[in-house]
Write a protein that binds this ligand. Structure first.
Ligand code: E4P
Length: 218
């Protein structure tokens, strides 16, 4: 599974990219607003840190506006993916941008049929929002499983990008459900390697080595 960071904060991305395990980044207007910076400038910096895909979301909701913004965003760097919403206008923009050579991430996906339409419109990524589906008392992970089944039934190549991740368990479950990618907030990404038994085991090894003066010559 590919792991993306779900943030527009370049400093956060720089810190975690040093792990060598960040395959890409997703941003959206709310995440961009949190940085207080110019969105295009942030995207340029993020693309210089990460060589994998960096998703940039359009603000327009009409076809012409999405096309203009999408084309402009795609020019920021070769690894930009343009995010458009799961609407009819979004589907038209997805097809036009894809035909023009851009890669498109269809976002705000809440139903398997929206995901099927996005795949038919040529989307590179579909972003089902697990956490927001759970928030309204429905089954976010079930959405990932349904999309996986539909894509596999018909051989759609669109990658399933599990979004709106709220916990480490979401990442594990999305991997088990067959999502191709999880996009993860930095605080949750940092917890992916945590386990109390690893810490306990390390402390015991260190104590035993100290007692018997076990070393590795360097
Ligand atoms: C990712 O592309 C989305 O923008 C993001 O995961 C939304 O998450 P939220 O529901 O926590 O805002």
């Amino acid at each position: 599974m590919k792991l993306f960071l779900d943030t527009a904060d370049a400093a956060e991305i720089r810190e975690l990219a040093a792990t060598g395990l960040v395959d890409g980044v997703t941003t959206n207007p709310s995440l961009a607003a949190k940085t207080g910076r110019d969105y295009s400038e942030s995207l340029k910096e993020i693309c210089s840190i990460v060589s994998g895909s960096v998703s940039a979301e359009v603000l327009a909701t009409d076809f012409d506006g999405m096309l203009k913004e999408g084309r402009a965003a795609a020019k920021i760097a070769p690894n930009i993916y343009v995010k458009v919403p799961s609407t009819w206008e979004g589907m038209k923009a997805c097809r036009a941008l894809t035909d023009g050579g851009a890669r498109v991430n269809v976002t705000l996906c809440f139903s398997p049929l929206q995901a099927m339409m996005a795949a038919k419109a040529g989307a590179a990524f579909i972003s089902p929002f697990i956490g927001r589906v759970d928030d309204i008392g429905e089954d976010g992970m079930g959405l990932i499983r349904d999309i996986r089944a539909i894509y596999d039934n018909y051989g759609f190549k669109t990658e399933i990008l599990a979004a709106s991740i709220r916990s480490v368990s979401h990442v594990r479950e999305a991997a088990l459900a067959g999502a191709d990618i999880s996009t993860i907030p930095a605080d949750i990404f940092k917890k992916l390697m945590s386990h109390p038994l690893t810490d306990k085991g390390l402390a015991a090894f260190a104590a035993d080595a100290k007692k018997a003066n076990v070393t590795i010559k360097v």
